[in-house]
Design a protein around this ligand. Structure first.
Ligand code: CO8
Length: 257
C-alpha cells in the first residue's frame, strides 16, 4: 500500500513510518492523520511486527497541526471533526512506538511524539506547545501529557508562553528518553526498536498496557492491574522459555505463545 504523506517500510520485525510533507515541515493535516493511523494500525495487526518507529525529516519531526487547514474552521466543526477519535486510535496501539525526533516537534508534533512510548531526540530537536501564539491551546493531549511528563510548572511555562525548549532541556525535564547526536538518531531508533521486537509479544503488550494504566489511574488501581497482568504472563510458553533460558545461561527463543 502506498500513502500520500508518509513513507512506510518494514525492516525485519520493525515497522517504520516517516512523515513526508517537507513543504510544510511535516504539518499534520487530515491526510497525514489518516495515513499514520492506517499504517500504524496495519502494523499493530501484524504479529510479525514487534515495534514501530515514527520519524520525520532532519529539519522537522512535525511543526504542528496544519494551521492553514484549520484556520477557517468553526469551533463546532473542530469538535465534530474526526481528529480526536482518529488520533486516539494511534495513542491506543498495543505495539510500542518509538518517536525519533529531529528538528521541530511543535504543537501537534510534540503531542504526536508524546503519544509514543519512547522519545529519542537528536541534539537538534526543539520541543514546544506554541498554540497560545495562535490564540488557541494544545488540542492533541499537550496540556495533559506534557504535564505528566515534566510536571506542572515546566508544562505551565511552556504552554502559557509558547517557548520552545532544546533537546537537552527536554531530556533534563523528563520529556525525552534520551538525546543522541543527530547523525546517529535513526541507527539508535533502530537499535531500540529491534531490542523491543526481539522480546516476547505478550509481555511487551502487557508492559505497554501497564504503563498506560499508570498514566491514567490512581496507584492502587494501577498496582492491581500490574499484579494480574504479571500473573497472567505465567500462562505463556515464553515465560517458561525466558526463565529456563536464564537458568541455562542462554538467549531465550521466544515464540510469542
Ligand atoms: N501548519 C501549516 N504550515 C506550516 C506549519 C504548520 N503548523 N509549520 C510550518 N508550516 C509551513 C510554513 O507555512 C512554510 O510554508 P510556505 O513556504 O508555503 O510559507 C513552510 O512550512 C516552512 O516554514 P517556515 O518558512 O515558517 O520555516 P522557518 O524555518 O522560518 O520556521 C517554524 C519554522 C518556527 C517551525 C515555523 O514554521 C512555525 O512557527 N510553524 C508553526 C508552529 C506552530 O505554531 N505549531 C502549532 C500549530 S497548532 C497545533 O499544533 C494544534 C494541535 C492540536 C490540533 C488538534 C486537532 C483536532
Amino acid at each position: 500500500m502506498t500513502y500520500e504523506t508518509i513513507i512506510v517500510e518494514t525492516r525485519g520485525r520493525v515497522g517504520w513510518i516517516t512523515l513526508n510533507r517537507p513543504e510544510a515541515l511535516n504539518a499534520l493535516n487530515t491526510q497525514v492523520m489518516l495515513d499514520i493511523v492506517a499504517a500504524s494500525t496495519a502494523f499493530d495487526a501484524d504479529d510479525t511486527i514487534g515495534a514501530i518507529v515514527l520519524t520525520g525529516s532532519e529539519r522537522a519531526f512535525a511543526a504542528g497541526a496544519d494551521i492553514k487547514e484549520m484556520e477557517s474552521k468553526s469551533g463546532l466543526e473542530m469538535i465534530m471533526g474526526e481528529h480526536f477519535g482518529q488520533w486516539q486510535r494511534f495513542a491506543d496501539l498495543r505495539t510500542p512506538v518509538i518517536a525519533a525526533v529531529s528538528g521541530y516537534a511543535l504543537g501537534g508534533g510534540c503531542e504526536l511524539a508524546m503519544m509514543c512510548d519512547i522519545i529519542l531526540a537528536a541534539d537538534t530537536a526543539k520541543f514546544g506547545q506554541p498554540e497560545i501564539n495562535l490564540g488557541v491551546i494544545p488540542g492533541m493531549g499537550g496540556s495533559q501529557r506534557l504535564l505528566r511528563a515534566v510536571g506542572y510548572y515546566k508544562a505551565a511555562e511552556l504552554i502559557l508562553t509558547g517557548r520552545m525548549m532544546d533537546a537537552s532541556e527536554a531530556e533534563r525535564s523528563g520529556l525525552v528518553s534520551r538525546v543522541v547526536p543527530a547523525a546517529d538518531l535513526l541507527d539508535e531508533a533502530a537499535k531500540v526498536a529491534e531490542a523491543i521486537a526481539s522480546k516476547s509479544l505478550p509481555s511487551v503488550y502487557a508492559a505497554k498496557a501497564a504503563l498506560d494504566v499508570a498514566m491514567e489511574t490512581p496507584l492502587a488501581e494501577g498496582l492491581r492491574f500490574e499484579k494480574h497482568a504479571f500473573a497472567a504472563l505465567f500462562s505463556t510458553d515464553d515465560q517458561k522459555e525466558g526463565m529456563a533460558a536464564f537458568r541455562e545461561k542462554r538467549t531465550p527463543d521466544f515464540t510469542n505463545r
